[in-house]
Design a binder for this molecule. Structure first.
Ligand SMILES: [Zn+2]
Length: 251
């Protein structure tokens, strides 16, 4: 009896792993194909305030980080305008040349700043061809790698030199986003934007609210090298050096 039992078990194992060949694949096209669906929705959003005209000069530029006082939830980093060798830098990984430039330009920054640049450059809220950007975490949490969660708000103060007058123009910029969206993030972002604008207006260099005219690059005019600081601008229509704000000499 024990032998019969063992034999029977063996037969059962054979049934569990049949050696019959698999049915040959059908070449008949079904009327309705069965599709496995894949999807990723990325959501980036941000806000930018009106501009504030500042008394020109390098002192105003040094003030940028202090305009995040009371609102910054992490170290404040200042991202300077990109020089000519990074003029194609874009955070788009499928374009390797642009992506390499972007990484070479920004790998030194913190995960928070890099996240902010990806969000704000993707939605065109800042342009590092002419903007200087003082940036920090403003609300929310980071993940275990130090990168802001999708509902965290990042941002700070962006400044550029007005092409008509050479004055420094500051504006508040906030952004958030990633794999998800939450209803109250927009309201938190608006509140932070107002706080940042209040800080800009409280600066001793602030002259008042002004319309922002973004410097638009004109094709065919090469970037100029600043005679004052040696910066080679990636921006083609800059009358004023994006880095030090001095008048560029054309020659
Ligand atoms: Zn310069």
């Amino acid at each position: 009896m024990p032998l019969d039992f063992l034999k029977r078990r063996g037969n059962q194992d054979d049934e569990a792993t049949p050696v019959t060949p698999p049915a040959s694949a059908s070449t008949v096209i079904p009327e309705e194909i069965v599709a496995q669906e894949y999807q990723l929705k990325l959501y980036f959003a941000g806000k930018s305030s009106e501009g504030v005209r500042m008394k020109a000069g390098p002192n105003a530029m040094n003030e940028l980080p202090s305009m995040l006082a009371g609102l910054a939830k992490s170290e404040i980093e200042v991202v300077e305008p990109l020089p000519i060798e990074y003029s194609e830098a874009t955070p788009t990984i499928v374009r390797p040349s642009e992506a390499m430039q972007w990484l070479n330009a920004h790998h030194v920054h913190s995960p928070i700043t890099r996240h902010a640049l990806v969000v704000l450059e993707s939605i065109d809220a800042i342009d590092l061809a002419f903007d200087t950007f003082a940036c920090s975490m403003l609300d929310g949490e980071t993940d275990t790698s130090g990168y802001p969660e999708y509902n965290a708000v990042v941002g700070g103060i962006a400044s550029h030199w007005d092409e008509a007058t050479g004055d420094m123009i500051c504006r508040a910029v906030v952004g958030w986003g990633g794999r998800g969206v939450r209803g109250d993030t927009d309201r938190i972002g608006a509140k932070l934007l107002a706080g940042l604008l209040t800080n800009i207006l409280a600066s001793q260099y602030a002259l008042g609210i002004t319309a922002i005219e973004r410097p638009v690059p004109a094709a065919g005019r090469g970037g100029l090298v600043c005679a004052h600081c040696g910066f080679a601008s990636a921006h083609e229509r800059a009358f004023y050096c994006p880095k030090c704000g001095m008048r560029l000499l054309r020659g």
